[in-house]
Design a protein around this ligand. Structure first.
Ligand SMILES: Cc1ncc(COP(=O)(O)O)c(C=O)c1O
Length: 393
């Protein structure tokens, strides 16, 4: 075979999400799309807000020359300045354009951060359940993924995090609001995380960074506030995108924010700028940068997600499922009524309902529902969830 062994292994392990998505495509052809309830992908069914279309029209009509050329690899200075202004206005501290790097989505941004901070063999610590792609992002840069479990309500288990940090740990990578659990990590826990990182950095004689993966930051329920890590953790970096808050996942636009409190923020900025270039991104797409620069304060449209969250949490709890209602994002992560989550997703699939086994997120015994779909799909799927629960008893 001509492909590399490492890719063959990666493809073999490759995400349950894709496998289920492909199975969904097959079933839709077989049984008709309207008869399949597909909760596999975090691909928002909503459209970008009207202001996005408006701004795209204005940008297309802009007569200035050179708008599509190469640029500084960190991104357009004016756009970075707009992002920095927004971050400062949110209480993040003295952000300037030299703390912001525009990236090809959060996925691109996370790869840039790991490339810039990790030597081969360095460790990236995550908490399970975690976003499945982290395994690949770490191994892209010969870093090792280490895992600490959260508690049963998906809150940070600080003792486990502390115990899992060793002499090779370079990054603690947290995602809040979380995919797949919907957990938002509270201020008290994040403060303690900051203290742990200070202690452990001193103990091991090298800095350990908190990297917050925040593409769902604006997607929250019930007045929940997502704490601002920059005011609590000195060595903090945030990575985000507009895939979910502006419904633009196909446009691949996001950014890295390097906390101004980092003593080495200038060196990190240079390293990440270089990483952006040599990973082949070169720079984030010019048009998309111009598009999102002035839209930083645009809120996420939550009406459909709120409705879906209500339909599913109430409906599933009535059917007997054990779940923690999500505080943010658009995922639910109920317990599987039988231990074997892969088998249970098969039982749902027999009932035309597609979800992803928790095993794909380092958390067997659960399954993930991505509810970024039309409310009618959630409503119509409830009998299938109830039947599968009965069959599992
Ligand atoms: C937790 C998490 N991080 C990162 C990403 C990647 O997002 P992007 O589309 O911005 O690359 C996703 C996408 O689903 C995600 O759920």
């Amino acid at each position: 075979m001509a492909i590399s062994k490492s890719m063959a292994v990666a493809m073999n392990k490759s995400s349950w999400i894709r496998k289920m998505f492909e199975e969904g495509a097959r079933l839709k052809t077989l049984r008709g799309a309207e008869n399949i309830y597909d909760f596999t992908l975090g691909n928002p069914s909503g459209e970008p807000p009207a202001v996005v279309r408006q701004r795209l029209r204005e940008l297309a009509a802009d007569p200035s020359l050179g708008a599509h050329r190469y640029m500084p690899n960190a991104g357009l200075p004016l756009v970075r300045a707009r992002v920095a202004e927004y971050l400062a206005s949110q209480g993040g501290g003295a952000f300037t354009e030299n703390h912001v790097i525009m990236t090809v989505g959060a996925g691109g941004g996370l790869n840039v951060v790991i490339k810039a901070l990790c030597d081969p063999g360095d460790e990236v610590l995550v908490v399970a359940p975690y976003f499945a792609e982290y395994i690949f992002y770490a191994s892209n840069h010969s870093a090792e993924l280490k895992v600490a479990r959260t508690d049963e309500k998906f809150r940070l288990a600080l003792g486990r995090i502390e115990d899992a940090i060793g002499p090779k740990t370079r990054i603690l990578l947290l995602n809040s609001p979380n995919n797949p659990t919907g957990a938002v990590y509270d201020e008290g826990s994040l403060r303690e995380v900051g203290e742990i990182l200070e202690r452990k950095s001193k103990e091991h004689g090298r800095p350990i960074y908190l990297v917050m993966d925040e593409p769902y930051r604006k997607l929250v329920y019930d007045e929940i506030q997502v704490p601002n890590i920059f005011s609590m953790v000195r060595r903090a970096i945030a990575v985000t995108s507009h895939s979910k808050d502006l419904n633009l996942p196909g446009e691949r636009i996001g950014y890295i924010a390097i906390g101004p409190q980092n003593d080495d923020s200038a060196a990190m900025f240079d390293a990440m700028t270089m990483a952006n270039r040599i990973l082949g991104f070169v720079n984030a797409p010019a048009l998309q940068q111009r598009l999102v620069g002035p839209l930083q304060g645009t809120p996420a449209e939550m009406t459909v997600y709120r409705e879906n969250r209500m339909i599913l949490t109430e409906g599933l709890q009535q059917a007997g499922y054990d779940l923690v209602p999500p505080q943010g994002g658009f995922y639910l992560f109920p317990k599987s009524p039988i231990e074997d989550d892969v088998k249970f997703t098969g039982m749902l699939q027999e009932r035309n309902t597609l979800v992803v086994p928790g095993s794909g997120f380092g958390a067997p015994g659960h399954f993930r529902i991505a509810f970024c779909v039309e409310p009618d799909v959630c409503r119509r799927a409830l009998p299938a969830f109830a039947e599968a629960m009965q069959a599992a008893k």
